[in-house]
Design a protein. Sequence first.
Length: 273
Amino acid sequence: MSAWPNTLVLVGAGKMGGAMLRGWLAGGLPAAGVALIDPAPAPDMVALAASRGLALNPAEGALAPPDVLVLAVKPQMLDSAAPRLASLAGSNTMALSIMAGKTIADIQARLPDVRAFVRVMPNTPAAVGRGAAAGFANGAVGPLQRIWAERLMRAVGVFDWVADEALIDAVTAISGSGPAYVFALVEAMARAGEAVGLPADLAMRLARATVEGAGELLNREPEVSAAQLRVNVTSPAGTTAAALAVLQAPDGLDALMARAAAAAHRRARELAG
C-alpha cells in the first residue's frame, strides 16, 4: 500500500494550504497527481505549480474524482465554494478539511457523494515542518485512507487522532491558534524589555532568541516536562522566581491563557454557523 494518495486536489492555497502543499511535495507526494484550485493564487503558488508541474485551476470536468480532496478555504467561503467542491468529489474520495469550526455534517451536506471525512486542525509552523495538528475521522474512513491522512499531516509536523469530533474545536483553541499566542508573548517580552531600559531592537532580538531557544530545549529534551524545565532555570529567591511570582499569581498567566483559549474555542463553535 502506498503511504501517499495517487491523486490529490487542494482547494485553497493560502498561507496554510500553501505551507502544507510545500511540505507534502518535499516529503515525496508525487506532483503528477496533484491539482490546485484557487481563484486568486499567490505568485509563489503559481510559480510552484509551474516548476513542479501541478495542475492549476483546471477546467471543470477535467479532473476525475481524486483519492483525497483537501478543503483549505476559509470557513466563511464554504457555501460559495460548495458547487465546485461537489463537482470534484466522488464516492471513493476522502475529504480532508482544515476549515475551523465547520463540522463534518456541515461539509457532508455540501458534498453529498462523499462518505469518508477527516477534520484536521493544523497550524502555521507546518510551513517549516514543525506543525502541531490533531484530527478526527468519521466511521467511513478506511484503513488506507487513515494512512493517507497520517502521511499528509506528519509530513509537516506532529499529528495525533482524537476520538470525538467536538475536540477539534479545543485543538483549534490550543495548537491551531497557539502560534499567535507565542508571537504575542515575544512582543510582550520585548515591550517589557523596553520598559526596563533596553533599546527596542535589542529587546526584540533578546525576546525572539529566548523563545526560540526555550522551544528548542523542549524539542531536544522531550522526556523532561515543561514544569521541570521551568524549575531548572528558577533559582530560589532569584530574579526568575520573582518574575514567576507575578506570572503564577491567581490572576496571572494561567488565568489569562484560559480566558484566551476559551474565547478561541467559543469562536470556533460560532464559525460552524
